[in-house]
Design a protein around this ligand. Structure first.
Ligand code: ARG
Length: 459
């Protein structure tokens, strides 16, 4: 039999395969709170404008609340034949309240309905992600505060470069997650316009009030162009793009935690709560949460690329292709929220091993740049020459199997006679970090200033 919602011109019902490819109810059922909220706002507006009667509006409003509670209590049976959440809700409404249910869809199409529902959903998700990001930022911030002056090796090419502080390293991630947060805030602002009332594509001949429904749904204003309102999904692309960038940041921190928790580094110890064991090797404590966070970028970027490709080249206005937007966004959002929660838990529980960090900070000739800088300052050498002298000293130390501070003054002077006893003070890692006082540098004072700025921002 033909579809009861749109089957007027149809003599036969759809093929089973048609239903299988067409129905979205299996995944879009999670839009039910947004769908019911949008419909209630629409019905209230229709009544306020005299398009439907107050008694119909009352019946619709109450009926929708009944549907809502049926879905929430699990009594509701979703029907694949009814395709999607919009028709499932409306059809059940008809069963409950009868004739007035048929008036709800006046001056509306599923095209503006789904655009509205989905915007509301993505907007909610922005708020949740922003909250999760704040938790990660706070966790990194308190790690930074605790170890603002703990020294550790800073790396380039994953080779020892110059000593930095643990606080400085943690604050680098605070900055990244802070930008992620502002990306979601920006995206939220831009998406906060209402498509409702765009109808199928051209608007409607009914005297609707789009400003009223926009306000009722917490949107800043109605979208200005009805064709645009039903046919763009840039808000979803922006959400996904922001999610992908955030997932990249998460993956880098996760990767560092994997490396740092290894026996070879031991810079950090992960809590039992965020580690797992091995079923064969009794000694193992694996950083599975960090590894899974590291991997999430795969599916999140995958979802982003998938929706970009779906949207590319679509003619205006609505095409069914756009039904493919939801699973990508749902999956990316769910996994981003989970990854952020795991990261904030892991960071909160994490123990940074101060002694290990400090021991590693001084190895690998990490203060060679300080030595070269001293030659420039104290002996007046051009930096290129100082670089060369220092390189010779590094080679000498390496050959002897010792670190720079273990070279005797005589050995140093054999390479450059202007070197004095004072050199040993700049070879210490604490002096090294303390000297990097430039704005944003690794000196503990600078790091504490960064922390103070962030605490103010979050307060
Ligand atoms: N389930 C559809 C979607 O997610 C709803 C819109 C259907 N509109 C239409 N004209 N068939 O996009």
């Amino acid at each position: 039999t033909a579809n009861t919602m749109w089957g007027g011109r149809f003599a036969a019902g759809p093929d089973a395969i048609m239903t299988a490819i067409n129905a979205s109810i299996e995944f879009d059922q999670r839009l039910y709170p947004q769908d019911i909220r949008g419909s209630r706002a629409h019905a209230a507006m229709l009544a306020a404008q005299g398009i439907i009667s107050p008694s119909d509006e009352k019946a619709i409003g109450e009926g929708l609340l009944t549907v809502l509670s049926e879905i929430e209590s699990g009594e509701f049976t979703f029907s694949v034949a009814l395709e999607d959440i919009h028709m499932n809700v409306e059809s059940r409404l008809k069963e409950i309240i009868g004739e007035p249910a048929g008036r709800l869809h006046t001056a509306r199409s599923r095209n503006d309905q789904v655009a509205t529902d989905f915007r509301l959903w993505v907007r909610d998700r922005c708020d949740i992600v922003i909250e999760c990001l704040e938790a990660v930022i706070r966790a990194a911030l308190s790690q930074a505060e605790q170890g603002a002056d703990w020294v550790m090796p800073g790396f380039t090419h994953l080779q020892t470069a110059q000593p930095v502080t643990w606080g400085h390293h943690m604050m680098a991630y605070v900055e990244m997650f802070g930008r992620d947060k502002s990306r979601f805030e920006d995206a939220r602002k831009r998406m906060n316009e209402s498509p409702l009332g765009a109808a199928a594509l051209a608007g409607t001949s009914f005297p609707i009030d789009r400003h009223a429904t926009a306000a009722a749904l917490g949107f800043d204003r109605p979208m200005a162009n009805s064709l645009d309102a039903v046919s763009d999904r840039d808000f979803a692309l922006e959400f996904l793009s922001s999610a992908a960038i955030c997932a990249v940041h998460l993956s880098r921190l996760a990767e560092e935690l994997v490396i740092w928790s290894s026996a070879q580094f031991r810079f950090v110890t992960l809590s039992d709560r965020f580690s797992t064991g091995s079923s064969i090797m009794p000694q193992k404590k694996n950083p599975d949460a960090a590894e899974l966070i590291r991997a999430k970028i795969g599916r999140i970027l995958g979802a982003t690329v998938a929706l970009f490709v779906v949207m590319k080249g679509l003619p205006l206005a609505y095409s069914k292709d756009m039904q493919e937007d939801k699973e990508q966004v749902f999956d990316a959002a769910d996994n981003l929220v989970l990854a952020l929660a795991a990261m904030s838990g892991m960071l909160t529980d994490l123990t940074a091993n101060r002694d290990k960090l400090e021991a590693a900070a001084g190895s690998g000739f990490s203060t060679a740049t300080d030595l070269a800088d001293w030659l420039v300052r104290a002996a007046g050498l051009p930096f290129r020459d100082a670089h060369h002298v220092t390189g010779t000293l590094v080679a000498m130390a390496e050959k002897k199997g010792i670190d720079l501070p273990e070279l005797t003054l005589a050995e140093m002077q054999s390479v450059n006679p202007t070197i004095t006893q004072e050199i040993y003070s700049v070879l210490g890692v604490h002096n090294s970090v303390a000297s990097r006082q430039s704005y944003g540098g690794t000196a503990p004072d600078q790091v504490r200033a960064q922390i103070a700025r962030w605490k103010e921002k979050l307060a």
